[in-house]
Design a protein around this ligand. Structure first.
Ligand SMILES: [Zn+2]
Length: 373
């Protein structure tokens, strides 16, 4: 079904670097790095997670740029063989772990590029989630901009009108003459304003950003985790393929995200909840109207925190330079969903192994051993 979504998008040439071979840590390094990640989560005050298509592959939804990704195969004239319907896809272990970590106040915000609706289905509340590229299970009114959960995935992409009247008055709002449109962005669309603001501000005030299952090639989404590093926070990248920003990360783990997070949960002694249909808003939408609009109050409250913490703080110079170069080449400042056309030569230049041996991370290893973790 990823194919149907991908085929629904308008033609676009610059889909980034496709089909880079995947890498796997040795068991020893995997265990060691997961311990470090668990410790970073425990030590941090504001943790933001950035998710991409790689966290949904275990639900049967193909990614885009992996060795068997939709666009990697498209280039060879092929289509993925495993392909679940969006309607049938269920949240993965990673989605359920993230919901649990939010409940446990260990994760404070999730920024997703995924349109598959699996964070929504996991029962994660809207106030903890930015959906930068839209959601197959959400409609938006063209007048009042309210969003409503759908009980089945939308059949269109690219903000097309379904003709259904806005249901604002049924959820306690004023009557509205607007019509509902699908909320799935095409290449040229601007990102949803409140989702993007929340994502940027949370990433800026975070002392730890963790990227899961994304090669970070799409801008601006792929550059948001760097905001954390610019303000002095730590950056962790968990992905099977090398990513565009591995060389800026404090820790890179090349392994399945489900396995990484399972290990982290074991270390933190947390149970992993099962998917529960009764907490799935797409199931509840069968019988009731469910509002999925970001609360304006939450946006204003976060803006205050962001200004208090980040205004006047000097960003790291090396990362600013990176941003500027990237912007010049990729028009990331336009805020629209476009692939970064820059090549990523550093991916092969600095391996995760080399980065892992850097002093910063070495210090964490020592601290961890002292504390007996
Ligand atoms: Zn409306």
């Amino acid at each position: 079904m990823s194919c149907n979504y991908a085929e629904g998008l308008s033609p676009y040439e610059h889909k980034g670097i496709l089909g880079i071979p995947e890498k796997f840590e040795t068991l020893q390094k995997f265990n060691m790095k997961c311990k470090i990640l668990a410790q970073l989560i425990m030590e941090s005050k504001h943790v933001v997670i950035h998710t991409g298509a790689g966290i949904s592959t275990s639900a049967g939804i193909p990614d885009f740029r992996g060795p068997n990704g939709v666009w990697t195969l498209e280039k060879k004239g092929k289509k993925p063989t495993i392909n679940v319907e969006f309607a049938d896809a269920k949240p993965t272990k990673t989605h359920m772990i993230l919901k649990k970590l939010v409940e446990a106040n260990k994760v404070h915000y999730i920024v997703s590029q995924n349109i598959d609706g699996l964070h929504l289905k996991s029962g994660l509340p809207r106030k903890f989630l930015a959906e930068l590229h839209g959601n197959m299970f959400v409609d938006e009114c063209n007048v009042c901009k309210r969003q409503f959960v759908r009980n089945r995935p939308v059949e269109t992409v690219g903000k097309k009108c379904s003709g259904i009247p806005c249901a604002s008055e049924h959820i306690g709002g004023r009557p509205c003459r607007g019509r509902l449109y699908d909320g799935v962005l095409d290449w040229e669309h601007s990102l949803p304003e409140n989702d993007l603001l929340m994502a940027e501000w949370h990433s800026s005030i975070a002392d730890l950003s963790i990227c899961l299952g994304t090669t970070l090639q799409i801008v601006p989404s792929g550059n948001l985790p760097l905001e954390t590093a610019k303000y002095g926070g730590k950056l962790v990248i968990c992905n099977l393929q090398p990513t565009k920003h591995d060389n800026k990360a404090d820790l890179v783990i090349n392994y399945y995200v489900d396995d990484i997070l399972q290990k982290v949960m074991d270390i933190l002694c947390y149970d992993i909840p099962n998917y529960n249909e009764e907490e799935d808003p797409t199931k509840l939408a069968d019988t009731s109207m469910i509002d999925w609009t970001i609360s304006r109050k939450n946006v204003i409250a976060l803006e205050k925190i962001f200004k208090l913490k980040c205004k006047g703080v000097k960003k790291k110079r090396s990362l600013i330079k990176t941003k500027r170069n990237s912007s010049e080449l990729s028009s990331s400042e336009t805020g629209s969903v476009k692939d970064d056309k820059t090549k990523i030569p550093k991916i092969c230049g600095i391996t995760s192994e080399q980065k892992f041996c850097d002093k910063d991370v070495g210090d964490i290893v020592v601290k961890k051993e002292i504390q007996g973790l």
